[in-house]
Design a protein around this ligand. Sequence first.
Ligand code: ZN
Length: 346
Amino acid sequence: MQKAGLAPKGDNGYLQTFTVREGKEPGEATRLSINNDKFTPGEQFVPLPFSAEKAAKGEVLPDVKEPDNIWLIDVQDMELNPHAPPLPQYQRKAAEAAKEGASGVIFFNGKEDIQSIANWLDENPKQLAIPAIWVNGAISKKLKSDDANGFQINLEVAFKAAKRTGTNVIGYIDNGAPKTIILGAHYDHLGYGEDHNSLSTGEKAIHNGADDNASGTAALLELGRQLKSARFRNNNFILVAFSGEELGLFGSKYFTAHAPISMAQVNFMINMDMVGPPGRRQRITGGRHRHLTAMDRHPGRISPGRAEAQLRLFGCRPLRSYLLLPGTDTGTVFLHRYAQRLSQTQ
Ligand SMILES: [Zn+2]
């Protein structure tokens, strides 16, 4: 944005930072040892979000559930309902154990991977009176080994606050006009798929998001460059790259509530998402993602005339307008036309 000559319009230069969510993570005192082996929180075991911040220890025999001792709970025996969220089911089980006198619970032999369990720490369920943890496959194997001597278990749970922030990037073209057009595109994707929003079932891997939404972000920057040098100056422009979109439109919600200009000045907004690949049927949608038109029978192609007609249609709509630009190798031609069209829009 700086290279394109846009002025910074965030809270801190171009940046507008916001809190995505607040949760917790294992605190320093969190520990687990079984016999002489010590394990690492977050890597080998995770305290569950409903756990008490307490310690428990005992000599535990597998399959023996006695009062004032730690209970080992085999997740495979719990018959989890796959259609219901697992966390409340774990919580119910732990609450039952607490009621029957358990001094702590260890869930083992679960199917989830440790990262998805760790994500539960963003939830804020009611805390129980006893510590509760989830352990990974290697520890589960140990606990299943049916050691007749039992296990010397020492555990403690503590939490500390964890905060996740996102950062929008905002640039401005001030043409001294009464109205401002907002152009936006989200620049986040799915990271390593750690937030349960990946379609991939394979190994943990980076999701680069070339189409969703490096394409929209690139179009945004190119529009900024062209609009900065455009001949017509009927509008000012705010260009915003949103963060936290995939997690639930966090960036655009925050931007809307903390916009750097008065919303009364906004002419309209265009959001660009997945404008990249050729061969896909493109859509222009308006309002709250309401499907307006399946644009063309020829996948990936929208005649400039029709696209501009759509743009005109949105021209007098308030902030909620939503537009997908066509992809294909003709994208830059379209971008040039859009830039021209935008700079002339009243
Ligand atoms: Zn997207």
